[in-house]
Design a protein around this ligand. Sequence first.
Ligand code: 2IT
Length: 449
Amino acid sequence: MNAYMKRVLEQVKARNAGEDLFIQTVEEVFKSLEVVVKQHPEYEKMGLLERITEPERQISFRVTWTDDAGKVHVNRGYRVQFNGAIGPYKGGLRFAPNVTLDTMKFLSFEQTFKNSLTSLPMGGGKGGSDFDPNGKSDAEVMRFCQAFMSELYRHIGPDVDVPAGDIGVGAREIGYLFGQYRRITGTYENGVLTGKGIAYGGSLIRPEATGYGAVYYLLEVLKHFGEDIKGKKIAISGFGNVSWGVAKKAAELGAKVVTLAGPDGYIYDPDGIVTDEKIEYMLEMRASGRNKVKDYADKFGVKFFAGEKPWGVEGVDIYMPCAFQNEINMDEAKKIARNKNAYYIEVANMPTTNDALEYLQKHVKIVAPSKAVNAGGVATSGLEMSQNSERLAWTAEEVDAKLKGIMKNIHDASAAAAEECGLGYDLVAGANIAGFKKVAEAMIAQGLI
Ligand code: 2IT
C-alpha cells in the first residue's frame, strides 16, 4: 500500500475505533486496490478514498413493540446509506441479536462494491435490527416489522433507498414491512422493497437467486480449470434460504451438498441433499424458527456433530460457507487447506477473517470472494426493481437467464480486472478492483459531495 492508502487506513481505524468488522472490510478491499490507486493520482487530489470509506448517512432509531403477553420491548433499528454514486441505495435488512452499527457498516461497504459488480444501477446500503425473530410468533414479528417501518419509511423510496431481506428477513417480514409502508405513505410504491411475494410485485427466482447465482459463478470457475460440476461434493454451512438455493441448483446439475450447519452443530449426509423431499425439508426447518440443524439428522437418519463445524469432512471438493461473517478463522482455514485442490467459494458476506483468507489464497486451488459469488441475490433484486417500474413480470426462465448472464459477467469482469493489473487469475482482487472502479469514476464525475 502506498503512503496515501496507509494514511487513509489509519484515519479509518481512528475514526471507527472498536468497529472491527468495518475496519476488516476496508483493509481487505484496500489490499486489492494498490495497483489501481497508483495508476490514478487524481484519487488523492479528490479525497476519493477518504470519501468512499465514510458512509453518506447512517441512521439509528428506536423500535418499540409489544409481545403476545403485552410486555414492552425496545430494539435498535439501523439503516446505513453508504454510497449512492451509481444508483439508489440498495441492500438487505438483517434481523439478528448480534447486529450492531459495525455490522451494518461493514455490510453496506461490501454492498457498494457488490452492487457495482452486478453492472446494474444500485448504490450500497444495509439496515436491520438487533431483534431476534427466532422463537417469535407471527403476530410478534408483524408488530415488530410495523414498528420498524414506522421510522424507516421516511428514509426510503423506489428512487431513494430500496431495502430487501438478509439473515432473519424473508418473504414474511418483507410482506409486513411493505404493508406498513403502503399504509403510512398512502401509495402503491412496490418498488420500495424487493424480495416481495409474487402476488404484489415480487420477482420469480428471487428466493432462489443468491444460491443459484453462487452455483452459476462456481460453474465459471470450474470452467476456467477445465472441470465439470457433475459428481462434485460440496460442504456448506448454514441451512437458510441461501444454502437451500445452493443445494437445489447443485443437485440439478449433478453435484451434491453433503453438509449443513447451524448454531447447534453440523450434519453429514453421504448421499447428498439431492431429493425434493430433503431440499423441501430445508425450508420447513428454517420456517419452524427452532434454528436447529439437528432436525435434519433426526428426520433423515444421518449423523449430527454437536457443536462442530463441517470444514474437516473428508472427500469434499468444494467448500461454500453460507452462514455468517468470520465463521472461517485460521483453524478452520487450515482444515480446508488439508485439501490442496479445494475450491473455496465464499457465499455468506465476509465469511473469512483476513488472515484466513490470505492463508487460503496461498494454500488451496482457488478462492472466490462473496461480494462476487453472492451478488446474484441483489442482482435479481435489481431485476425486480426493473419489473416494478415497468409494471410487468418476467417469466422464471427470463429471470434465470438474466441471472446466469450477470454471474458470468461478474466472473469474467473480475478475472479481466485482475489480469489487467498483472495479478493473474485472482478473483478476490479482481472483484474489488472491478467493483471499485465504477463507483470511483461516478464519484469523480459528480464532484466533491
Ligand atoms: O447481502 C445481500 O446482497 C443481500 N442481502 C441482498 C440485498 C438485496 O437488496 O437484494
